[in-house]
Design a protein around this ligand. Structure first.
Ligand SMILES: Nc1ncnc2c1ncn2[C@@H]1O[C@H](COP(=O)(O)OP(=O)(O)OP(=O)(O)O)[C@@H](O)[C@H]1O
Length: 439
């Protein structure tokens, strides 16, 4: 009863999609002596809930009942090398104190959910090889990229796979900040021997995220350097991620930098159009939204770089679609996307018409004429497509700029979207014209 009341209260406090994903599956195992014990499907699930929602659950529980503590436990039996500690903490057997929790794993950060393209192919292949123990790419990988391009996703995909296929692997996955904090604690509590043992003797695989944050932390760099030296030389597997490429890492000791980059160094680039379309299509489907190609094309064209923005747009579209009780259409998608990237009030339909006329050496009279010559229809269609993309004009308003009705504009947008996905030259022209417009 109490847990149901808490859930109802939580329902109003967090987005529907998060509630369905993370709160609904929790069940109440026990409720007595002021303690509420909840059970989640597995330890990664619990670690995720603990990181993000346990504080809120505790607050609600205290508001609604005489609850002094809320505990979270995993229902599944943990694999061989891991034991579930108090409050769902995850520890390696034998490491009883001072060890930080394993970084929680996002259940969807798996290889299956990672869309591959030219921009991330090498990183994905290297991670897959490391996960299966294949030595093709060596045993040490340094992966760097700007934000939101999949470093954590790939790193966690390795962890998921290793835990699934070889659960007895002694694996440590943590951020450089966690490593640093644990080391400082080790020094303070005279437990450095145990610390070194954990990472040197009891470690088959070490994954450290965000090594760029070690800038200026000489003692941590020294310690990690010694550990890496041992692990790499003894053939253990190592994955390091960084927001900066090795050459841009300031405040990092040369010896340490050279050790970290002694194996394969690969950057993940911003995804190209095809990869963006693949990611968006996949994520729309994951959210139960139909992947209409017009919408995918528009989103892939507008949302470049950081994949988180694509995810954020999809969540926004889903919310809007639920609210309006209608499937997403181009208007809805444009509104959400513009909310994220900002629409440009200074780009007008007339300015686009002029630019297109100049670029293709076609007069405005010709663009507005009934001519069906390819040398005129193509720039006209492009102009209509760009006007839809960069202004908030309706289809009918765009049509009136070219002496056409709304169905011709719709046809033009569909044609250009399709051509962009099939013909590189069309896409390049759209990108070039977009860049000119924005300048
Ligand atoms: N190729 C891809 N296919 C599917 N999802 C992706 C892809 N690349 C990134 N994502 C998604 O984008 C989001 C951000 O990815 P991730 O957290 O791995 O980025 P990051 O590079 O570690 O960023 P940061 O440097 O900010 O930590 C995640 O939800 C991830 O699933």
């Amino acid at each position: 009863m109490l847990w149901n009341a808490i859930k109802t209260s939580l329902h109003g406090a967090i987005p529907e999609s998060e509630f369905g994903l993370w709160i609904k599956p929790l069940e109440c195992r026990r409720h007595d002596d002021g303690v509420l014990e909840l059970v989640g499907p597995d330890r990664f699930f619990c670690a995720w809930v603990e990181d993000r929602y346990l504080g809120l659950i505790r607050t609600k529980a205290a508001e609604l009942g005489e609850i002094t503590d809320v505990r979270l436990q995993a229902a599944a039996t943990p694999p061989l090398r891991f034991e579930s500690g108090k409050g769902g903490q995850l520890k390696l057997p034998g490491v009883t104190s001072a060890g930080p929790r394993l970084r929680s794993l996002h259940p969807a950060f798996t290889f299956e959910q990672f869309m591959v393209g030219e921009s991330n192919l090498l990183a994905r292949s290297a991670c897959q090889a490391l996960a299966t123990g294949d030595a093709t790419f060596g045993n040490c990988l340094f992966m760097n990229s700007t934000t939101g391009l999949g470093k954590s996703h790939l790193t966690q995909a390795v962890v998921h796979q290793v835990l699934r296929s070889a659960p007895s692997t002694r694996l440590h996955y943590l951020t450089a900040q966690q490593f640093s904090a644990e080391m400082v604690k080790g020094i303070r509590t005279n437990a450095m021997e145990q610390f070194s043992k954990k990472y040197i003797n009891d470690c088959d695989m070490l994954l450290v995220e965000d090594v760029h944050t070690l800038t200026g932390k000489t003692k941590t760099q020294e310690e990690l350097n010694t550990i890496l030296d041992y692990l790499i030389k003894s053939g253990r597997r190592v994955i390091l991620t960084s927001a900066l490429p090795p050459t841009k890492l300031a405040g990092i000791d040369d010896d340490f930098r050279s050790r970290m980059t002694s194996g394969l160094v690969t950057g993940i680039e911003s995804p190209d159009y095809e990869t963006r379309a693949r990611i968006i299509r996949h994520k729309l489907q994951m959210h139960g939204l139909g992947a209409d190609e017009d919408l995918v094309g528009f989103m892939a064209e507008s949302l470049q770089g950081d994949v988180r923005r694509m995810e954020s747009a999809i969540i926004g579209i889903k919310a809007k679609s639920c609210l309006l009780g209608a499937p997403p259409d181009l208007g809805m998608v444009r509104e959400v996307v513009y909310g994220l990237i900002g629409s440009r009030a200074d780009i007008t339909g007339e300015a686009i018409r002029e630019l297109i006329g100049r670029q293709f050496r076609v007069s405005i009279e010709d663009l507005c004429s009934r001519s069906r010559k390819r040398s005129i229809t193509f720039p006209r269609q492009l102009a209509m497509y760009l006007t839809r993309k960069y202004t908030t004009k309706s289809l009918a308003d765009i049509g009136s700029l070219y002496n056409r009705d709304h169905s011709t504009v719709l046809y033009a947008i569909k044609t250009i979207t399709k051509d962009m996905s099939q013909q590189t030259t069309v896409r390049q022209q759209v990108e070039l014209l977009s860049a000119k417009l924005k300048n």
